[in-house]
Design a protein around this ligand. Structure first.
Ligand SMILES: Cc1cc2nc3c(=O)[nH]c(=O)nc-3n(C[C@H](O)[C@H](O)[C@H](O)COP(=O)(O)O)c2cc1C
Ligand code: SF4
Ligand code: SF4
Length: 410
């Protein structure tokens, strides 16, 4: 008997596998999400909307979120003047002539509240000093500072804040490294497809930022998941994937290409309770599968973490391109997976396609042979995925030491 969740929004039936495998001893019931000094309670975030996302909005819509990004706040005279002109033509903006005190008052409102979201302050400034002051404030409140490299309102572009920073990597890198000296957990909000996504992410990581919050926009097509995958494969940055997340299916896609978290903006305005619904769904999914952001298989477009789910390399398939990128032979890859799985239950599984669970697919791919092995050896689906996650981490740790061939970079 199988549970079929397709088209079903019931959060108790999110995966397509044997209920027996689901029931047996769930191991991972909580999220283990940390960035620097911050523990994040779950991987769903509110994305910033200028003039809208303040603490009142968070209290009404996003108290269950892992992160609530508020702002964008304007930290200096030039950005406040630009915001005033944007307001005048009818688009909402926060006018914050005394931004640090304003943000402090907002942060204070969550004090004493049980289990609030982590707050991130999305900010713009033409000068460095206000950014540093905002960083110190964020750090004082165990919050995140987020530099807005996303805004493309003409008034902001004219003064060189927002999207123009994506085109000036030396300037962006210099801002990041100066702000990071405060010790704040730093996020950079970007748009994909504007400049080379890989080069941008590598520069952001190199300058010392912790988080990249990517609006993976593809005009007219919704989200560009490949942009997330590119960043996942190129960096160790914590990724918040953003754009067109409206339900668990779209969130799961964002996770499957490498996002550590997903964020929502417009959907929060349009779908009442969407953050609460998603938090419930992803929590159930984590309990059932043990790896809420497990990658899609490589042949379904997944990122390199998915090598943990790859078959014994005996045929021509998408795996070969990944191995070529790392200059690795199929035999070396097979040896690596075997070595990293030694002494774990993944070595078992005579009745699977390739004789051990080392080569088996992810839990959400239905397979009675794998599930029979899991039943026989008495481990849950969540435990199986936990072992695959560790295998994936081991593989990536090994691959990071290898030179990547730029010629076959994806
Ligand atoms: C009204 C509005 C205001 C926004 N203001 C900001 C902002 O101040 N800073 C920022 O980084 N992104 C801002 N964004 C972009 C959103 O955070 C998000 O990246 C974008 O809407 C795509 O995500 P979605 O599909 O979930 O809406 C804004 C978006 C909207 C709709
Ligand atoms: S080895 Fe298997 S899972 Fe990996 S890409 Fe090839 S067919 Fe897909
Ligand atoms: S036994 Fe099932 S899970 Fe394992 S490789 Fe074959 S199809 Fe995939």
């Amino acid at each position: 008997m199988f549970v079929d969740p397709r088209g079903n929004s019931d959060t108790t039936t999110l995966i397509y596998t044997s209920p027996d495998v689901l029931k047996r001893g769930v191991y991972l019931t909580e999220f283990d999400i940390h960035v620097g000094y911050i523990h994040i309670k779950n991987p769903i975030a509110l994305a910033p909307m200028a003039g809208i996302t303040n603490i009142d909005f968070v209290m009404d819509n996003a108290m269950s979120a892992g992160i609530a990004v508020i702002g964008g706040y304007n930290l200096d005279d030039a950005t406040n003047e630009a915001a005033r002109r944007i307001n005048e033509r009818g688009r909402a903006e926060f006018l914050t002539p005394d931004p640090i005190e304003h943000m402090r008052r907002e942060l204070d409102r969550l004090k004493g509240i049980d289990n609030p979201p982590t707050v991130a302050l999305n900010v713009r400034s033409t000068e460095i000093t206000p950014l540093i002051k905002a960083a110190l404030l964020a750090k004082e409140y165990d919050a995140i500072l987020e530099i807005d490299c996303h805004c493309r309102q003409p008034e902001m572009i004219d003064i060189g804040v927002g999207e123009p920073l994506l085109h000036d990597l030396p300037k962006l890198g210099s801002i990041i490294s100066k702000v990071k000296k405060t010790g704040v957990v730093l996020s950079v909000k970007t748009r994909s497809g504007i400049v080379d996504d890989r080069e941008l992410a590598v520069a952001i990581e190199g300058a010392g930022a912790d988080i990249i919050h990517i609006d993976a926009m593809e005009p007219g097509f919704g989200a560009d998941y490949n942009a997330i995958k590119t960043v996942r494969n190129a960096t160790d940055l914590f990724i918040i994937g953003n754009n067109s997340v409206t339900d668990f299916r779209s969130a799961k896609d964002m996770f499957g290409y490498g996002s550590d978290m997903v964020s929502l903006a417009r959907a929060v305005l349009e779908i009442p309770g969407v953050i609460d619904t998603l938090v419930r769904s992803v929590t159930t999914f984590q309990k059932q599968t043990g790896w809420y952001n497990a990658p899609k298989h490589i042949c379904s477009g997944g990122d390199d973490r998915a090598l943990a789910f790859c078959c014994l390399p005996v045929k021509r398939c998408a795996l070969m391109q990944v191995l070529r990128r790392y200059g690795m032979t199929p035999q070396e890859f097979a040896d690596l997976k075997v070595e990293l799985s030694r002494g774990t239950p993944l070595e078992l599984g005579d009745n699977t396609c390739f004789g051990t669970l080392i080569w088996c697919c992810k839990l959400t791919k239905p397979c009675f042979m794998r599930d029979a092995v899991l039943a026989q050896i008495g481990i849950s689906g969540a435990r199986y995925m936990e072992l695959k996650k560790r295998l994936s981490e081991g593989i990536l740790e090994h691959l990071e030491k290898l030179p990547i061939s730029a010629a076959v970079n994806d």
